[in-house]
Structure formats: C-alpha cells, structure tokens
Design a protein around this ligand. Structure first.
Ligand code: PLP
Length: 393
C-alpha cells in the first residue's frame, strides 16, 4: 500500500481496464461457466443492498425480511413454501450446511455421494470429518441406486442425489433415493445448485421432468443457487431445509450483536445484503414467466448445439442433454487435445476426463453457437486429417 492515495479517477480507470478484460472474455467465448451475466436491474438492486449485513438481522430488519421472502419463494418453487433456509456464498456453502445438518441431526459420520457430485461434497466431508462412500454411475451417468441401497448402514448420516450434475446436467433418480431414505431412515440432500432454477420451468414448458424436490417426502434439504440460472450477481447460493427441526443442531446464538442476539446456522456470521436484494428483485421482476422464457431460450440454444454436433461425424454427444448443459467429445481426438485446440481458437470450455462441457446460458446467442459449431467441426476435422496422415506414414 502506498503512503499517499492516488487520484480516484485514475485508479477507477485502471480498475475498469482490468475488470473489463475479464468481463469481455467471459461474455464473448466462455461457455464453460454455470454463472450468467447478471441482469442490469440485479446490479442496481445489489448496490441498493450493499451497505446491509443480514447477519445482524436486528439492525438490518429490511434485508432480513427480504431474505425470508426469497426463501419462501424458492421454497414454493421447489414445492415447500414453508422451507427454511438462507442465501449463502454459493453452492459449496449450501452443500456444507446440508451435510453439517445431516451429521449433527443423525449423529452419524458417513455420507454416500454419487461419483458425479461436485467437489464441494469432498470439501464438506473433510471439514466435517465424514467418511465418503462414492456410488458409481450407470451408463446414463445417473447414480446407481442399488449400490446406494447396499451401502446404507447404521453409520450412514446422509445420501445425496444431484438434480443437474456439474459435468452433464443429468438428474439422479431422486424419487428412488427418496423412497430409500424413508425406508432406511437416512437424511437425503439434493444438490440442485444448477437444476433447481431450470427443472421447474422445463416442466412448465412441457418437458418430461422427473420429481426431484420437496414434493418427495424423503428430501430433507436442497441446494438451489440464484447465482447460476437465477441470473443473480455472485455470491448468491441458496440452501433450503424441509423444516426448522433440521437446522436446530447447527444453529448458534450470537448474543453481542448491535441489533440484539441472533440465532444463525450459516457458516459466515456477517453476510451481505446486496445479493439478497438482487435475488428478491429478480424473482419479482421476472416472475415464473420470465424465468420460463429464459429457460426456453437456453434450451433453444441447447437443441441447436445438439443438432450441430449430431450432424458432424467427427463429434459426438456423451448423453442427450436433460437441461442446458452439453457434453461433447471428438471421435478422433483426446479430450485434452480437443480442449487445447478450442482454447487456441479463444474458446473457454470446461474440460472433464470424458468430454468438454458446454453450458448454454441466457447471455449466449445463436450467432455464438454457430461460431462454436464451426470451430468444433474444424478442429474435429483436423483430427481426421492427422489420423489419415498417420495411417499413410
Ligand atoms: N453443486 C453443483 C451441482 C455445481 O455444479 C456447483 C458448481 O458448479 C456447486 C454445487 C458449487 O457451487 P459454487 O461454485 O457456487 O460454490
């Protein structure tokens, strides 16, 4: 830090230069992120809420009320308007909170997760001293429920299902997991960090969508992140519990706060009001119809990409997408090679061991998808040229 401060205008100009570079990279050719460009109105709302600390709810009563209403709305979207929860730093914190509640509620120390689960479950297990049992996937990339069933023991605290996996957007058979949870008396957490704000709208658009939310009695908690398909600015993760009995074992009293004692179950104590204000505004401004139209657009882009990949013999889909996440690989190139070549052309895609993941988000355009397909095809074709040269040699 310098002794004397610099001219504010010059500092801000430098900041804009640095941050804008990221923003334009993100906006132009990044199809590897699950976050979207926040809507302008969400940025305004964020700024309006920026001074508030919902962690001190006795002082910041307004944002505390906004959070309650957001939780009610998200709960209603996921079939339980009486759900209790919070807007937290992201899906990672939400998943940690769920496993923390499960551990303390059941007083057991094992968790069974699908092999497709997000890394946050391993972080949670490490922090919470839980033993992880990884359930394999079936050929459709959903969790093997028979394996989960065989591995539930008297030590099992929780089982986990994913509604929209990180790698492919597939939905585990949550209905079967729910029956299993009820039969065996274990906690079921559903990670719908991405899918929670897609699946209800897909259903309204007429897509066949499996049950995955609180309608299923065995579901104890759900992660649903507004900063993914909710179009909210980061950090806006969401955690919902079926009822307050489940959060009781992770609730702590903070007596010294200026606004009076607060009981909270989130990991951080001071919590920003900006993201809550943004989510509150988005839910009201967009409404179900607005979100439905956003999902419709993302699915149009998804179907366009799927048709393009299916029409190119050098490319293949890993699985037919359930939502706006597409897994692609090249028949004659390793994933690494495909990824490197696409990166050289300026594309920022996510690399998984079996495929490249493309997430079609609301800020993407048909033009962008056409360009992406053109480059994917070009790169896949190069693979063929290389293979022919190798065969001739
Ligand atoms: N759960 C799922 C299914 C995810 O895909 C992700 C992130 O991509 C997370 C949880 C973690 O969310 P965050 O990055 O907001 O912590």
């Amino acid at each position: 830090m310098r002794e004397e401060g610099n001219d504010p205008r010059a500092v801000l100009e430098e900041l804009v230069r640095i941050v804008e570079e990221d923003v334009s990279r993100f906006t132009l050719r990044a199809l590897g992120s699950m976050c979207s460009k926040p809507l302008p109105i969400a940025k305004i709302a964020y700024l309006i809420g920026i001074e508030s600390n919902v962690g001190d709810a006795g002082v910041w009563k307004g944002v505390a009320r906004l959070e309650k209403e957001v939780v009610e709305d998200l709960g209603a979207l996921l079939s339980n308007p009486k759900a209790v929860g919070a807007i937290v730093s992201g899906g990672t914190e939400a998943n940690i909170l769920a496993l923390w509640a499960a551990r303390n509620y059941t007083k057991k120390r094992e968790v069974i997760v699908p092999a497709s689960c997000h890394v946050s479950f391993y972080k949670a297990a490490d922090l919470l001293g839980l033993k992880v049992i990884e359930a394999p996937l079936k050929s459709d990339y959903t969790v093997d429920v028979d394996f989960v069933k065989r591995n539930i023991t008297s030590k099992t605290a929780a089982i986990v299902g994913i509604a929209g996996t990180t790698a492919l957007g597939v939905v585990d058979p949550i209905e079967e997991l729910s029956e299993l949870a009820l039969e065996k008396g274990v906690y079921l957490h559903v990670d719908a960090a991405f899918g929670g704000m897609v699946l209800p709208f897909l259903k309204e658009l007429g897509y066949e969508v499996p049950e995955f939310d609180f309608k299923l009695e065995g579901v104890c908690s759900i992660t649903v992140d507004p900063h993914k398909m909710g179009l909210a600015p980061i950090p806006a993760g969401g955690i919902l519990f079926r009822d307050d009995e489940l959060i009781e074992p992770i609730t702590f009293e903070t007596p010294y706060l200026a606004g009076g004692g607060v009981r909270s179950f989130t990991i951080t104590s001071t919590r920003p009001g900006g993201p809550i204000a943004a989510v509150w505004v988005l839910l009201r401004v967009l409404g179900r119809r607005g979100y439905r139209e956003i999902v419709r657009k993302c699915m149009r882009l998804t179907e366009m990409l799927v048709r393009g990949v299916e029409g190119e013999e050098g490319l293949e889909l890993l699985v037919r997408p359930v939502m706006n996440i597409v897994g692609v690989r090249a028949k004659r190139l390793s994933v690494r090679e495909l990824s490197l070549r696409m990166r050289r052309l300026g594309w920022l895609l996510s690399e998984f061991p079996t495929h490249l993941r493309i997430v079609l988000m609301p800020h993407h355009t048909e033009e962008l998808i056409r360009e992406l397909l053109r480059d994917l095809k070009r790169v896949a074709l190069k693979g063929r040229v290389k293979l022919r040269a190798a065969l001739k040699a």
